[in-house]
Write a protein that binds this ligand. Sequence first.
Ligand SMILES: CC(C)(COP(=O)(O)OP(=O)(O)OC[C@H]1O[C@@H](n2cnc3c(N)ncnc32)[C@H](O)[C@@H]1OP(=O)(O)O)[C@@H](O)C(=O)NCCC(=O)NCCS
Length: 154
Amino acid sequence: MTIDDKPAVMQILKTTPEFTPAEVVVAEEVLDIYLHDPSGPDYKVLVAEIGSSIKGYVCYGPTPLTDGTWDMYWVAVAPGEQGRGIGGALFAAAEEKMKKARGRLILIETSSKPEYEKTRRFHERQGYELVTRIPDFYSVGDDRLTFQKRLPQS
Ligand SMILES: CC(C)(COP(=O)(O)OP(=O)(O)OC[C@H]1O[C@@H](n2cnc3c(N)ncnc32)[C@H](O)[C@@H]1OP(=O)(O)O)[C@@H](O)C(=O)NCCC(=O)NCCS
């Protein structure tokens, strides 16, 4: 992702109904940290482009104070473009980078709300398994789910 891609990525975030306005604010803060210093240690961002148009993005990074664990922080595909393999391609590209950086374990946190049902199915399709649930974490009745995937070591 470059600074020129930011308006398109923000448009995707703002038009994704699953994201609350507060979540969009946090997603933008993270993008700005990355764009200020793309080679910084904490966040990496990749965009998916078809022609010259941005259709989705993924943000990931090494989990602080771990040896080889990475977080998949954020992924979004433009609402009209979902279900065409773009999210899968973004995950594959990010996982390839993590493997090259000697990552061994990838974690994703998500919500148990019904709106995230398709997202949970997406994670499972990508080979992630549900490993923890913290009841009422985000709000009463909204649990935090953690999915994980182990990367093969070469
Ligand atoms: C989750 C998300 C990134 C997946 O990207 P995608 O490009 O739609 O996914 P792909 O086309 O690569 O994979 C399709 C699979 O994902 C699942 N899926 C998730 N959302 C879907 C959607 N809106 N339409 C179709 N399939 C969807 C399905 O299980 C599908 O597999 P199947 O067709 O074999 O059942 C995207 O739907 C999205 O941006 N959702 C809203 C934002 C979100 O929930 N982000 C994650 C939390 S940060």
